[in-house]
Design a protein around this ligand. Structure first.
Ligand SMILES: [Fe+2]
Ligand SMILES: [Fe+2]
Length: 370
């Protein structure tokens, strides 16, 4: 609708035409045929594949059907104005380069179009050499933006991939180190028929007690792991003492006590097993402060340590020993009730009692061995 005309092309030495390519597809949008046609003809002569639209609505329809590299768009058109077309066009194709065609006195509107995503504007009358330079500049900006986005995407994907790989490696290392520790425990327990399966049973009972106490799922798993690993230090205890039937001398008991320290020496490099280490360290601490190695009291003892001491005692009493028959689970609970408040945290004993009552029909592994 503008009264503007196309300025004649400058005399110029003609560069050889770039090969026509469907990837160099442009859309010229102008309601005035006498602008649309010469612009299109010129751009075709420069090697572009040019499509035209005589309104904003027609332009948006074309953009929804096919991919263009660049749109030259008049601002003043009946119906949708060029400024109104821009945000729709950007939504349809974020890669589309947009150059506005504007009247001399309409710079504020052109600026508004830029703020919506247009890359540049040309004032009518249009010098064809300016047009070509503006198109090339906009296409260059477009390809830089696409390249930048591709690089950012590749970096994001690479970071995500490396994070996943690192997590998988960490997980593999975790299970490897835990497997090694479990192998040590199995080797140690295999030497003593009365110890066989002890760590596994303590682990399962402790985890059930942790659930009974309402601890979160992660803590329950740390307690289970600590149960599996709690006696790993017994690998350093003389077999004759470990398997000795009957009472130990004070010196022998002192030697047995060192299994906590030895266990921590074996496990402390495994930083990733986290709270389980602390639970192992506390598994012989007593509620009244008469345990070892630190003589901690009550809530000074980690919750995992408090659970393990109870589960450990329960398993020892219900297991066969060289010098005695195993106690029944019911008798063991009755016996241990007296130790709530001395050996054990009363709340932990309550959890043990509830778990054992629920598991009343469960057959323990060493009963099958028996
Ligand atoms: Fe122990
Ligand atoms: Fe134990």
């Amino acid at each position: 609708m503008a009264e503007l005309t196309i300025a004649p092309p400058l005399a110029r030495t003609q560069n050889p035409l770039p090969p026509p390519s469907t990837t160099r597809k442009l859309l010229v949008v102008d309601d005035e045929e006498n602008i649309r046609t010469p612009l299109s003809a010129f751009l075709r002569s420069r090697g572009y594949e040019v499509h035209t639209a005589d309104s904003g609505a027609r332009a948006l329809a074309l953009l929804s059907e096919q991919k263009f590299m660049l749109m030259l768009c008049d601002i003043r058109m009946p119906g949708l104005s060029g400024v109104e077309v821009v945000p729709h066009a950007v939504r349809a194709d974020a890669d589309l380069a947009i150059v506005m065609l504007t009247a001399v006195n309409d710079a504020p509107t052109a600026t508004e179009a830029l703020s919506h995503g247009a890359l540049d504007y040309l004032m009518k009358p249009i010098e064809l050499s300016d047009l070509e330079a503006a198109v090339e500049r906009a296409l260059h900006k477009r390809s830089l933006a696409i390249e930048q986005r591709n690089i950012e995407r590749m970096i994001r994907e690479e970071v995500a991939l490396r994070t996943t790989e690192l997590e998988a490696e960490k997980q593999a290392l975790r299970s490897l180190t835990v497997n090694v520790a479990e192998t040590l425990i199995n080797a140690m327990e295999a030497k003593d028929v009365y110890l066989r399966g002890h760590s596994q049973r303590v682990a399962e009972l402790s985890a059930s007690m942790a659930e009974e106490l309402g601890l979160d799922a992660d803590t329950v798993e740390h307690v289970r792991l600590a149960g599996r690993l709690h006696d790993v230090g017994k690998i350093g205890i003389r077999e004759a003492i470990l398997n000795k039937p009957g009472a130990l001398t004070p010196e022998e008991f002192d030697h047995i006590k060192t299994h906590v320290r030895i266990g921590m020496e074996i496990l402390s490099p495994l930083k990733h097993i986290g709270p389980a280490l602390l639970f192992v360290q506390d598994h012989h601490e007593h509620h009244d402060g008469n345990g070892y190695p630190q003589g901690l009291k009550g809530e000074q003892i980690s919750i995992g340590g408090r659970i393990l001491v109870a589960a450990d005692a329960f398993d020892a009493l219900t297991s066969r020993r060289a010098y005695r028959e195993p106690m029944s689970q019911e008798d063991t609970v009755t016996y241990m009730r007296r130790l709530a408040g001395t050996l054990m945290d009363p709340a932990v004993f309550k959890a043990l009692e509830n778990v054992v009552a629920r598991r009343g029909s469960l057959v323990f592994i060493d009963e099958v061995y028996g």
